[in-house]
Design a binder for this molecule. Structure first.
Ligand code: PGA
Length: 260
């Protein structure tokens, strides 16, 4: 059985005091929710402070990006060596990185390889643009992104990977995909991994949906059999709303004892 995973991607929001206040507003009830893995991904500068605050709880820490080199003359970059031991997860290949910072499939793959070799669990984002969606290219685009991201990974490596299907047209737009539509693409990601590796590896793989997830629409996604959680942007900046997203996930996926 796959443990559902809800991750909050805070993006370029919150300074350190704001990040700590956001954690304070949700930590105790969040810690009490069982059967769902809960991940907070604050900006780099707040990782240590948030990490200290959630230490000893069931809440895990993730970074939003990473370079693939371990050290050296790469001004402004953060390496896997710096993140290892500090956080558990790292979001890689987010469409905002691809779009605003020119990240290619090849670069994303190098980052994925670096994360896995430093025992960081990558949350690999894939998803089509609006134009690609309208041209009926969703499946081929997503299949290519998945294949490229996993180049060079062994079946064992793939056990320590999470995917997030995030259609670009749904990110930050308030225009989420439908549960059925997201379920179909996520099923395709799983089938792609089964083709590249084997059925068992694919069945164990956790795949999130992301894009305008809220406390109002989370149930529609979580009820789908292929969808194992969500990567939440805007709604993860509101403590109460994020809690309600995690609580519903626990209840719907059946694991859930919710203690509040
Ligand atoms: P959103 O962002 O929930 O604000 O649409 C999701 C994401 O980019 O991960």
């Amino acid at each position: 059985m796959r443990v559902p995973i809800i991750a909050g991607n805070w993006k370029m929001n919150t300074n350190i005091p704001e990040a700590l206040a956001l954690v304070d507003g949700m930590l105790s009830p969040l810690d009490g929710i069982k059967g769902v893995e809960k991940v907070l991904c604050p900006p780099f500068v707040s990782l240590q402070a948030v990490g200290d605050k959630i230490a000893g709880t069931s809440v895990r820490l993730g970074a939003q990006n990473m370079y693939f080199q371990e050290r050296g003359a790469y001004t402004g970059e953060i390496s896997p060596v710096m993140l290892a031991g500090l956080c558990h997860y790292v979001i890689l290949g987010h469409s905002e990185r691809r779009q605003h910072f020119g990240e290619t499939d090849e670069l994303v793959n190098r980052k994925v390889q670096a994360a896995v070799s430093h025992k960081l669990v990558p949350i690999i984002c894939v998803g089509e643009s609006l134009a690609q969606n309208e041209e009926g290219l969703t499946n081929s685009v997503v299949r290519l992104q998945v294949k490229a991201a996993l180049q060079g990974l062994s079946p064992d490596d793939v056990k320590n990977v999470v995917f997030a299907y995030e259609p670009i047209w749904a990110i930050g737009t308030g225009k989420a995909a439908t549960g059925q539509g997201a379920n179909a693409v996520i099923g395709l990601i799983r089938a792609t991994v089964a083709g590249l590796y084997d059925r068992q590896t694919a069945q164990g793989l956790r795949i999130q949906y992301g894009g305008s997830v809220t406390a109002t629409n989370i149930a529609e996604f979580i009820r789908q059999p292929e969808i194992d959680g969500a990567l939440v942007g805007g709604a993860s900046l509101k403590a109460e709303e994020f809690l309600r997203i995690v609580e519903q996930t626990a209840q719907i996926k059946g694991a859930g004892t919710v203690s509040r």
